[in-house]
Design a protein around this ligand. Structure first.
Ligand SMILES: [Fe+2]
Ligand SMILES: [Fe+2]
Length: 282
């Protein structure tokens, strides 16, 4: 976890190449991932802010270096998702702009109402979401390969780095003396707001496509997420793990998975090697 590399990758997404329903050929499932993408740039800015604020108070040089790696990785994710979101707008979903502005307002509300510690706890909660989702994507070909090849690389790279830096915000929270009660209370609050926001953005995107009332599409998506293959159903135990008092993100050992993916994406014959502008660690 400690050797976090800030990989600068150049992605451009051509709306004439990326299929409209690029995930599983399904409008509703595609919209779920698109909604997540619309949340990422602002969300990741919030994560960076809430962790960077404490950088000067961290005495462990290894953790301080990990914070720098975390900041560098999240900044790159924001950049890639902005390019992705631009493609979404270009293909006529102008509602993406107002949806992003609304995410910004929600995060401004979090900035105004939560203490700095609370904001860091919210980041830990959201980093737990991205970590467990990333683990599923990396370990389950069915979930991963349902994404069209024109966009898959970006999502897999993001998943790899979310898993690589999954413990950084949490370790900072512990290092500054963050406690259990705040951590789980903020997790409950964050869960409600996060799923509410994803559902709202999802609904807006479907509405803009005239597909909000497509009951069969909704039923198919629900079955996919909660039935088979059951992306969310399978995430439930990992989500609940966070409520253990002695929880730590590294309890889930993903080192072998990450090593395999680093090789597959960025090794000598790596799938994304040609997109990678190598830079020293941040
Ligand atoms: Fe990220
Ligand atoms: Fe992250």
């Amino acid at each position: 976890m400690r050797d976090l590399v800030r990989r600068r990758l150049d992605f451009d997404f051509d709306p004439s190449v990326v299929p409209r329903d690029w995930y599983h050929g399904d409008a509703h499932l595609t919209t779920f991932w698109t909604a997540l993408s619309l949340l990422f740039p602002e969300g990741e800015r919030f994560f960076v802010e809430s962790v960077r604020r404490y950088r000067g108070r961290i005495e462990d040089p290894e953790l301080r270096a990990a914070v720098d790696g975390f900041i560098g990785q999240e900044a790159m994710h924001g950049r890639a998702h902005r390019a992705f979101n631009e493609m979404v707008r270009e293909r006529g979903l102008g509602v993406a702009g107002p949806a992003e502005a609304q995410v910004r307002r929600l995060l401004d509300l979090a900035r105004a109402t939560l203490t700095h510690r609370g904001q860091l706890a919210a980041t830990c909660a959201l980093e737990h979401f991205t970590a467990i989702l990333a683990e599923q994507l990396l370990q389950t070909p069915e979930h991963r390969d349902a994404g069209h090849e024109s966009v898959r690389g970006m999502w897999v790279w993001h998943a790899l780095e979310e898993s690589e830096h999954k413990a950084v915000a949490y370790d900072v929270y512990q290092a500054i003396g963050g406690g259990y009660a705040r951590r789980v209370a903020v997790m409950l609050l964050t869960t409600a707001f996060f799923f509410g926001e994803v559902a709202f953005v999802h609904g807006r995107l479907l509405h803009a496509q005239g597909r909000l009332g497509d009951v069969r599409g909704w039923a198919r998506a629900l079955a996919y997420f909660w039935g088979r293959p059951g992306l969310f159903r399978k995430l439930a135990p990992a989500y609940l793990d966070y409520f253990r008092p002695d929880f730590h993100p590294d309890d889930r050992d993903t080192r072998a998975t990450l090593a395999a993916w680093r090789e597959r994406l960025f090794g000598a014959q790596g799938e994304l090697r040609d997109r990678w502008r190598m830079e020293p660690a941040a």
